[in-house]
Every structure is written in structure tokens, then in C-alpha cells.
Design a protein around this ligand. Sequence first.
Ligand code: MN
Length: 269
Amino acid sequence: MLKLSVVYLLTSDPRFSLGVRGPLDSLLPKIRSLGIDGVEYNIPNPFDIDGVRLRRITHDYGLDIPVLSTGLSHILYGISLSSIDEYSRLKAVGWIRRYIDLSCVLESYRIVLGLVRGRCDDRDLGMRFLISSLIELDRYAHDRGVDILLEPLSSSETNLVNNVGEALRLVDMFRSVRILFDVYHVLNEEGDIARSLEYAGRYIRHVHIADRCRGVSELGKLPVDQLLKTLSLIGYRGYISLEARIEYSIEESIKKFVDIVKGFSQIIG
Ligand SMILES: [Mn+2]
């Protein structure tokens, strides 16, 4: 059975708008009532959050927390795991350790490494620094049973890991590294959803979806049937998470997402 989640931004800062935001007490019950099973929190500062309270309120409303996202730490505080400045890089490693701890408190046991990888003018050098950071984080995550999800991103956002093939090379190097498959980025960089899904196969732990403009209005134009068929083929049992601009009201946007994904999954069976 397919599970659905939405990205929930725990900030009022307008610099990142891919997700819902608002007071937990009113928004969580609304999200649940629309047929959503989980919320994926994107948290700007892992040192500044009451994880126990957040888990309680989320679970009390019947929602799981499938993954913990970290992109806001890069956008708001410039945190980067590939920084060539050693002090900044070690600071980033410390922040991600804290996200790993928080993911245990939230019982998601998965964190996302997307934008927080940073970017580096010298790509080879950037990869070396990123790998140094991953060596430290892999052990920490493994000891705690946490998966580190590398998310291939469009080359406009980073030059460090832009496709499934690059992510798989890092999966091979580490024990805790797995893949977040973002339909928007994969369509941008690779074009063929089914082929990339089969390639990433059993290493996929989470899926993001948005339309070609990172909104919800054109979701119906995506190859959702192909996405669902291939996910089923590779035995994927995780979540599909809406990471998109909320173009209409939150209710209407979520309803559109749920209707399209559940509509196609009924056809597929
Ligand atoms: Mn994403």
C-alpha cells in the first residue's frame, strides 16, 4: 500500500517555499484528514527544536515522520558538507550529527542530504571534502541505525551528485548511505524515470514529487503511472512525498496530490 507524505517547513522564512507551513496544531489534523500518512519536516536548526514535543504532537494526530530534511540549514545558515574551509566543514558535520540524533528522537531514522552537500567550483575537490564528511557521518549514522539519504539534485543547485549513478557510487562506499529519488530532479537531469528508478532499485528509501515547475498544478502531466508501476516493480514500500510550491490553498494543493497519486494507483491496482 502506497504511503503519502508532505514536506512541512518549520520556518516562516520565505527563501524556501517547497512545502506547507503553519501552526502544527491546526495544520497536522488538516493534513491527516486529507488522506496523508506522514509529514517530512524540514528543520532549519537542529539545535533549536524540541524533538520530543514535535514527535508527540505529530504521532498524536496519527501522522508518521518518514524522513528529516536538512535543506533549510543550507539556505538559512550556509551549512555545507563540502566547504573547503575546514572549520565550516566540521561545523556542518556537527550539525548533521545533530540531525541524525534528532531523527532518532522523531523515530524517522532517516535524514536527507540534498542542498546541505553544498557546491564547489572545483568539483573534484568538492567531492573529496564531501566524502571526508561522509566518512565521519557514516559511522555515526550506522551506530544509531540511521540511513543517510543522498538526493541527486539538478546541476543548477549543486555540482556534487546530480544523478542516480553518482549517488550509487557513494552508496557502494558507505554502509548507511541510501538514495532519495526526487522525480523533479531526475526528470531534469536524466529524463527517463523508469530507467533511473530501476537503476537505483532497492537503494531508494524515499521519493519526492512536484510538477516540472515544482508546483502542483501540472502534477497530472507527469508520468505518474510509470512512476508507480516501476516503484511497485522494484518492491518500493516507502513514501511518496509532495515537495512543491503550494499554488492553491494547502487543502486544495494536498487534495490534488492525493487525488492524482491515488487515482493512478487504483488504475494500476
Ligand atoms: Mn527533493
